[in-house]
Design a protein around this ligand. Structure first.
Ligand code: URA
Length: 206
């Protein structure tokens, strides 16, 4: 299943991110804020359990989160989504996976992998701002499953149908949540209209 969020605040902030003249500082800030807004939606199916607490008035049975949340940003650009989500889920654990896109073969090549030990028990949210061909997301989900993860969601800022379909074919059990669905990929596999290279824009490397 995939879900495209439909919210004026997310749309407005994404428009700022898309503009080519937006500064690194504003790009980073808006990505952070959108990720925070997305946190509300992506956590709506996390498990809760009943606990007894005492208010100033009486004892009562209320809800608390009952599963570990593990955020796995795909380096580099996924890092820009961590703080916004973590501000609402302060106990989330963070794993890191680095894959880069080989410019000739477009294959995803692994260069870093550090995941929490409890990955098999938690709810893993893979953070990848740009869902283009889907190759890096699929590779990372493969790696996470190999490490034992069973409950996985892919959280993206902008995607195209090609990437969504590729991920769904490889990993039909993984739900995908996006802030926007764009039109197509260009000949260099950049999303159109997209926002350019998310990692470069986030870290000011170009
Ligand atoms: N990665 C990016 O950073 N941007 C795209 O448009 C596609 C993949």
């Amino acid at each position: 299943m995939y879900t495209v969020l439909d919210h004026p605040l997310i749309k407005h902030k994404l428009t700022i991110m898309r503009k080519k003249d937006t500064s690194t500082k504003d790009f980073r800030q808006n990505l952070d804020e959108i990720a925070g807004l997305m946190a509300y939606e992506i956590t709506k199916d996390i498990k809760t359990e009943k606990v007894e607490i005492e208010t100033p008035i009486c004892k009562t049975i209320q809800d608390k989160i009952a599963e570990d949340i593990i955020l796995v940003p795909i380096l580099r650009a996924g890092l820009g989504m961590v703080d916004g989500i973590r501000s609402l889920l302060p106990t989330a654990k963070i794993g890191h996976i680095g894959v880069y896109r080989d410019e000739e073969t477009f294959e995803a090549v692994e260069y870093f992998n550090k995941l929490p030990e409890s990955i098999s028990e938690g709810y893993v949210m893979v953070l990848d701002p740009m869902l283009a061909t889907g190759v890096s997301s699929i590779t990372v989900i493969d790696m996470i499953k190999k490490a034992g993860a069973k409950k996985i969601k892919l959280v993206c800022l902008v995607g195209v149908m090609q990437g969504i379909e590729a991920v769904q074919k490889a990993h039909p059990d993984v739900d995908i949540v996006l802030a926007a669905l764009d039109d197509h990929l260009n000949e260099n596999n950049y999303i159109v209209p997209g926002l350019g290279d998310a990692g470069d824009r986030l870290f000011g490397t170009k």
